[in-house]
Design a protein around this ligand. Structure first.
Ligand SMILES: [Zn+2]
Length: 424
């Protein structure tokens, strides 16, 4: 959709940026689901470090399900109040790994001002009081922090974002806040997150959300205008423009819950199972199951990727990941590293399941996007994202490369886990 929009100039602001910069397709993380991906973007790490495993997962420490909003039905099943608390607060306050560093923490510790608009991974050093009476606790975010009207570090006059995703009101709010910030040049580093496109693409399918894409383009264009025009915008800012994951069409639904003895947390195109004892028999029972592509589990210090009875074993060697078996099982972009990181996440289930093309796993409320678009698997369509950089001296092959590139751009030291930026 991005490439087509740029090629026929249906998205003039994106086309302008593409002319000024460097474009490539990059790879997301796995599961390729929003909370996992946004945490990867913001921390420069895969889930073995940032520890957010899925949209829905079992919290072993608190013996309960965490559900970040797969669907209204799933949220109701997990407990609406609990679910809102997890999404608004706990993802950042307690679930995001203590060993991970966010881009806001790293840049602000170096004396810079960072800003975030509507992104669900926002952990920072500054406490912000909520703007609505139903919330009472402060959230710790970047200095300039705007989160769906619930937290606003500054009075911007942006319209109250009534929750009407089909109408694009969430992005309209983001756009108004973004213009306010750019007009004042009120940041050194800004994360500007437009979430309505994903919603539209789920509903209409991955090749059809033209109207939502046009609204994204208009929002980006309004930032350029707020800087005083194209030249002024590029003089002032470097830009990374990307998605956190892709989408593919889905037409079939499987219930992983019916195939595994254990607690299943599934949503979109990835599932997990929390089991007592050896995970191998449960993995073997999924051989040939409808909708199941690859099943990951751990055996000692090794990880096993299994597809229809064939196996690939992964282990950490002195020179990186070593494998034995059928490498085509994890042949998708960056498949080895992404699978390894997903199953090494301490919050992941004993099984992590990647869905086959065209399939979705029903969530806790039995909901799915059949007939529309979805994502979450290891497959390329879910995992490839557009990656455009303007004025940045780095080749970003993965969404985990964005945070280190931002730090390097400002001359700030990277966390030990982060991969140093590669020169183009
Ligand atoms: Zn989505």
């Amino acid at each position: 959709m991005f490439e087509a929009g740029v090629a026929d100039r249906a998205t003039p602001a994106l086309a302008f940026l593409a002319e000024q910069g460097r474009y490539r397709r990059a790879v997301s993380t796995f599961p390729s689901l929003t909370p996992v991906c946004l945490s990867a973007l913001v921390t420069g790490a895969h889930p073995d470090v940032h520890e957010i495993p899925h949209l829905v997962w079992w919290h072993r420490g608190e013996q309960r399900i965490v559900e970040y909003g797969s669907s209204f039905g799933a949220v109701r099943a997990a407990g609406t109040r609990r679910s809102l608390q997890d999404t608004i607060y706990e993802l950042n306050a307690s679930h995001l790994g203590a060993g991970a560093v966010t881009v806001y923490e790293a840049l602000e510790d170096a004396g810079l001002t960072t800003a975030a608009v509507n992104i669900t991974c926002y952990r920072g050093r500054t406490p912000h009081r909520p703007t609505v009476p139903m919330l009472t606790r402060p959230a710790h975010g970047p200095k300039r922090f705007f989160f769906y009207n619930l937290f606003e570090s500054d009075v911007t006059g942006a319209p109250l974002s009534v929750w009407n995703r089909p109408g694009g009101t969430i992005d309209a709010y983001a756009g108004a806040v973004g213009r306010w910030l750019v007009t004042r040049d009120g940041f050194d580093f800004l994360v500007f997150y437009l979430s309505d496109y994903d919603y539209a693409s789920h509903a209409q399918g991955p090749d059809a959300a033209h109207e939502a894409l046009a609204r994204c383009d208009a929002a980006v264009g309004s930032l350029i205008a707020a800087a005083g025009g194209e030249e002024e915008f590029l003089e002032r800012y470097s830009v990374v423009l990307c998605a956190d994951h892709g989408q593919t069409p889905v037409s079939e639904v499987a219930r992983l819950q019916d195939r595994v003895d254990g607690l299943v947390t599934a949503s979109n195109r990835a599932g997990m199972a929390y089991l007592d004892g050896d995970p191998r028999p449960a993995a073997e029972r999924l051989d040939g199951a409808p909708g199941v592509d690859v099943v990951l589990f751990r055996e000692g210090e090794e990880a096993v990727a299994r597809r229809d009875g064939e196996e690939l074993r992964l282990s950490r060697g002195p020179g990186g990941l070593e494998t034995s078996g059928d490498r085509s099982i994890l042949g998708e972009p960056d498949g080895l590293a992404r699978a390894w990181a997903a199953i090494r996440n301490p919050n992941a289930g004993e099984l992590v399941v990647s869905a086959a093309a065209g399939w979705e796993f029903a969530d806790l409320g039995g909901r799915h996007h059949s007939g529309g678009g979805s994502h979450g698997s290891l497959l390329a369509g879910d995992s490839e994202v557009p990656m455009l950089t303007v004025g940045l001296d780095a080749d970003l092959a993965s969404i985990t490369d964005v945070m280190p590139a931002a730090l390097a751009h400002f001359g700030v030291a990277l966390p030990a886990y982060a991969r140093p930026p590669v020169r183009p």
